[in-house]
Structure formats: structure tokens, C-alpha cells
Design a protein around this ligand. Structure first.
Ligand code: MG
Length: 160
């Protein structure tokens, strides 16, 4: 059985994951408006991944005999100034998410809940990948000229 403190903390993270899903969907819509259909596709996939994180966390709470809850999801940004600005935002946001996951691990540690710590390590590892991927795209966008940007768009559009 999961402690109420930990259950509430994971529930907060479920809301945060859903907010992230909305943020990336909003970025997808922005790219669609700007004519970058590949980036739009990549962001939609990113958004779906965040929803999967929310489902995984809810499933975990259920398995541990807890109650999963969804709180109010705040409004997300709708507009950015450039492709670079969007991907820099993705990188910053992933760093923020990493900090949230680290905080959850600390709470699980304080609650002496080994199973939850073990569950969370998967997300800790995932965040290493997320930060590296976002940083990698930022670097590529910085180096890309107009032609390079459209090449990158079609490359990211191939995300499965
Ligand atoms: Mg996530």
C-alpha cells in the first residue's frame, strides 16, 4: 500500500505530465501554423509520450492500492517567436520535469518506499534521454540555415 503523501505527490506529477502533453500539443499546433509539418508531427508524438507517462503513473498508484486523481490543468503557452525558441523551451521544460522527478524520488526515499523509488528510476533514466534529445535538436537548429531547417523538419517528421 502506498502512503498518502506519496500518492498525492505522484498525483501531482500526473497533472504535470498532462500539462506537458498539452504544452507539446500546443507546440505542434504552432508548427502546423508555421508550415513545419515534420516538427508538428514530432511534437504530437512527444505529447502522446507525456500522456503515456500519466497513464503509467496512474496504473502504478492503482497497483499499490492507491487512488489516482487528475487535478485542474493550467493553460499552456500558444505562441513562440521561432523554431529555435520552441526547442529551447522544450529543453528548459525537460530540465524542469527532471527536477520534479528528482523531488518525487526524494519523497519516496523519505517515506522508505523502495518499490516507488524503483518505479521512479525508469523516469530518472528517461529524463536523461529527454534532455539530451532536446539539447541535440537545439544544437542542430542553431547550425541550420533556411535549407537546413526544412531538412531537419522532414527528419523529425519521420519519428515513429
Ligand atoms: Mg514526461
Amino acid at each position: 500500500m502506498i502512503s498518502e503523501t506519496l500518492q498525492n505527490a505522484i498525483n501531482e506529477q500526473i497533472t504535470a505530465e498532462m500539462w506537458s502533453a498539452n504544452l507539446y500539443l500546443s507546440m505542434s499546433f504552432y508548427f502546423e501554423r508555421e508550415g513545419f509539418s515534420g516538427f508538428a508531427h514530432w511534437m504530437k508524438k512527444q505529447s502522446q509520450e507525456e500522456m503515456e507517462h500519466a497513464y503509467t503513473m496512474a496504473d502504478y498508484i492503482f497497483k499499490r492500492g492507491g487512488v489516482a486523481k487528475i487535478d485542474k490543468i493550467d493553460v499552456v503557452p500558444q505562441n513562440w517567436g521561432s523554431v529555435l525558441e520552441v526547442f529551447e523551451h522544450v529543453y528548459q521544460h525537460e530540465c524542469h520535469v527532471s527536477a520534479l522527478i528528482d523531488k518525487l524520488v526524494s519523497i519516496a526515499h523519505e517515506e522508505k518506499d523502495n518499490a516507488t523509488q524503483d518505479f521512479l528510476w525508469g523516469f530518472v533514466r528517461e529524463q536523461v534521454e529527454e534532455e539530451a534529445t532536446a539539447q541535440g535538436i537545439v544544437d542542430k537548429v542553431k547550425r541550420a540555415g533556411e535549407t537546413g531547417l526544412f531538412f531537419l523538419d522532414s527528419q523529425l517528421g519521420a519519428r515513429k
